[in-house]
Design a protein around this ligand. Structure first.
Ligand SMILES: [Zn+2]
Length: 197
């Protein structure tokens, strides 16, 4: 462990959140469809996903919670499962009146008006809804869970080289040293392939 007191003047500890995997619009749509078609399989394997960080931390641009002024958070798959298990982020399907699983919600926390995207496993369809109230009830538990399940990489950064008028550049550029790494999640496609086997 390197603590703050033992760092050199030109060193600092920084925490970096793992960025989302790049996903084109088309890939995003495909993955969303894959998620919809395989949600029952995902639900059946909830326990396994919750215990496996490579699966737990799968995130996508199309699965977030957020609002104007409040910022947004991409929701790890494991957090979605936890929300559903706590009877949160569930809704009713307008076509079959069955249960839907919300995976994205955003809007205005002031007026409460928002949209949700959910999966109805009975209809095997994505259900998009607009609502006039109730955003806070969705945001609060999701933000809390996202906060307690954020992976950050702990890095020791050494600044350099420095510029000196008399000597020019002083010191060599030191590469970042990763002190604590994050678990890199597999892709949704890989997860589903593994669950199907
Ligand atoms: Zn339905």
């Amino acid at each position: 462990m390197i603590d703050q007191e033992r760092l050199w003047e030109n060193q600092e500890i920084i925490y970096e959140e793992l960025t989302l995997p790049e996903e084109s619009d088309e890939q995003g749509k495909k993955n969303r469809q894959l998620f919809c078609e395989n949600l029952e399989l995902i639900l059946k394997n909830s326990g396994h996903i919750l215990k496996t960080p490579e699966y737990f931390y799968i995130r996508h641009e199309w699965s977030l919670v957020g609002g104007i002024y409040a910022g947004s958070k991409y929701i790890p798959l494991g957090v979605l499962i936890k929300l559903w298990q706590e009877d949160k982020w569930l809704d009713e399907c307008p076509s079959c009146a069955g249960k839907t699983y919300v995976f994205c919600a955003g809007g205005s926390p002031l007026s409460g008006s928002h949209y949700t995207n959910a999966v109805c496993t009975a209809c095997n369809e994505i259900v998009n809804r607009k609502k006039t109230s109730g955003l806070a009830a969705l945001m609060k538990p999701a933000f809390n869970l996202c906060k307690s399940h954020t992976q950050t990489r702990k890095i020791l950064r050494t600044r350099g080289p420095r510029f000196s008028w008399s000597k020019g550049l002083v010191g060599e550029k030191v590469p970042d040293q990763v002190l604590e790494d994050v678990v890199k999640p597999v892709s949704l496609g890989e997860l589903i392939d593994k669950l199907k086997r």
